[in-house]
Design a protein around this ligand. Structure first.
Ligand SMILES: [Zn+2]
Length: 510
């Protein structure tokens, strides 16, 4: 009987194997299609009953006006020091605007939400040279972008990614794809690798990865937010974040002047007082209710914060169902990252890690001193680099710069899990995919075997974007501008007028 059951079962299994659609021809172009897993912020829509799409967050002019009484009520409560009343009023406004974003206690979406669309499986796309189109940055146009609902469980989204990879393989006539991911997309990509392995994968490129989380979210989820005395840290954050953009430097200098004159300190102090008294109420009545049930956001909580964050955010019994969902990603993927990468190595799949550095973190918590790409911490992205704290430099023994040590004394990559495969891009903001960046990624895509940080003189381990046209090799420590921001602001105003006058004359000349 048992045997018969086995035979029957295997028959059923055989019949249920999906018929894989193959392209008419196998493509011999030699370039595997690149599937890019998009990070946080893919386009999302509600699906109406008739199948049409609606806006995810509803805010027409009429709706904004309709909110005025609610906002006035909230501000009234705030003025009279009624923190709970204020928080409840804010929750009411959030319910009006963003109800479509809410998740059920099991981490699924309340509303029916559509994402994307993904790049169509048009074979022509993978035949273009990777960096040939859209040299000025912006979205990628030569890859197959997979969009994802940032709220949801990465391990569930990985199944949708697999379906998309099968579609791209079939349409392009390739039996493997290059898997590339950005930011939160890396949480999906690592979930995919943990579940599906490497059979369909030629190479993996992890860019600005969130696979180890962010301190910012760890601090938020452990209720450890504070901006007390952070005026100078804010200036330093803006200064490092906006370093590459001459226009934005005026703003930085203005903030620097406010900092030096003590005004910024007063503003931050007032905000901090407000936060101190209302934060508890905001957590209880707004933030926990909105975010505790989003497994995708839980994926941003680093391991060192994770259990404490659960204790803080999920006290209420009604959230019990979310725990197994978020634990599956956290303990099945995030903390198993070394195993997942070792699996790639064992299967001979080249992989690369690309992380930004040199930008101070957003200073809204104690000890916000870890280098970042303005959002994600460099030590997390690179899996273990030793980074100088904000405003400091590392030192080394002996006379010559050790291998894996950045010449600007900001990063020691020798402590990385894969120091040979990890690149560092100075001042490259989290979302800044300029021409220089794309050229670099194009090189990573073009490598046949596993390349390392010593292979290409143009692309050693530590690079810095200049004016987005090409990367420079990092060769020396930064010379810090120690002048007063008053002088720097004056300088940028002069530069602004010089520029404006020059443009005016250019206009007359035409
Ligand atoms: Zn091809």
């Amino acid at each position: 009987m048992k045997k018969l059951l086995c035979v029957l079962l295997s028959l059923v299994l055989c019949m249920s194997v999906p018929v894989v659609a193959f392209a008419e021809d196998t493509c011999n172009c030699g370039n595997a299609p690149v599937v890019l897993v998009h990070g946080f912020g893919s386009p999302m829509y509600t699906v109406n009953e008739d199948g049409s799409q609606g806006a995810l967050v509803s805010l027409t002019t009429q709706e904004i006006f309709a909110l005025v009484p609610a906002v006035a009520e909230a501000l009234g409560k705030l003025t009279f020091g009624d923190d709970v009343g204020f928080a409840k009023a804010v929750k009411g406004i959030a319910d009006d605007i963003a109800a479509n974003l809410y998740c059920n206690p099991d981490g699924t979406s309340v509303a029916e939400i559509a994402v994307g669309p993904n790049t169509p499986a048009d074979p022509a796309i993978h035949l273009r040279a990777y960096n040939e189109v859209n040299p000025d940055g912006g979205d990628y146009e030569t890859v197959y972008t997979f969009h994802q609902d940032w709220r949801l469980d990465p391990t569930a989204t990985a199944d949708l990614l697999d379906a998309y990879i099968q579609e791209i393989k079939a349409a392009t006539g390739h039996n493997k794809v290059v898997l590339m991911a950005h930011s939160q997309g890396n949480n999906i990509a690592t979930s995919y690798l943990a579940e599906y392995g490497t059979d369909d994968i030629e190479k993996v490129i992890f860019t600005s990865p969130a696979y180890q989380g962010l301190r910012l979210v760890g601090q938020l989820y452990t209720r450890d937010i504070s901006i007390e005395g952070k005026a100078s840290a804010l200036t330093s954050f803006l200064d490092t974040f906006m370093r590459l953009n001459a226009d934005q430097q005026t703003i930085v200098n203005l903030v620097g002047v406010l900092d030096e004159s003590g005004i910024l300190d007063m503003v931050v102090g007032a905000l901090d007082l407000f936060l101190d008294s209302t934060l508890d109420a905001l957590y209880t009545y707004v933030l926990i209710d909105m975010f505790a049930t989003m497994p995708g956001i839980w994926g941003f909580v680093p391991d060192e914060y994770y259990e404490e964050a659960k204790a803080v955010m999920l006290q209420n019994e009604e959230y019990a169902a979310i725990i197994p969902v978020i634990d599956e990603y956290h303990y099945g993927v995030q903390t198993r990252l070394p195993e997942i990468l070792a699996g790639l190595e064992a299967d001979g799949i080249p992989f690369y890690i690309v992380a930004g550095y040199g930008i101070d973190p957003i200073p809204v918590y104690e000890d916000a001193v870890f280098q970042s790409d303005m959002l994600i911490d460099t030590d997390y992205m690179s899996i273990g680099a030793t980074c100088a704290k904000s405003g400091e430099q590392l030192s080394y023994e002996g006379d010559t710069l050790p291998a894996y040590f950045s010449a600007d004394l900001m990063v020691d990559a020798s402590t990385c899990l894969y120091p040979d495969r990890t690149w560092f891009l100075k001042y490259q903001g989290h979302l800044d995919m300029c021409k220089a960046y794309k050229d670099f990624i194009a090189w990573l895509i073009s490598t046949e075997a596993q390349a390392n940080v010593f292979d290409n003189e143009t692309y050693p381990q530590f690079l810095q974007c200049n004016v987005h046209d090409a990367f420079e090799v990092v060769t020396e420590p930064e010379v810090k501008d120690e002048r007063s921001y008053f002088i720097r602001l004056f300088e940028s105003i002069i530069a602004f007028f010089k520029n404006a006058i020059a443009k005016l004359f250019e206009g007359f000349g035409k």
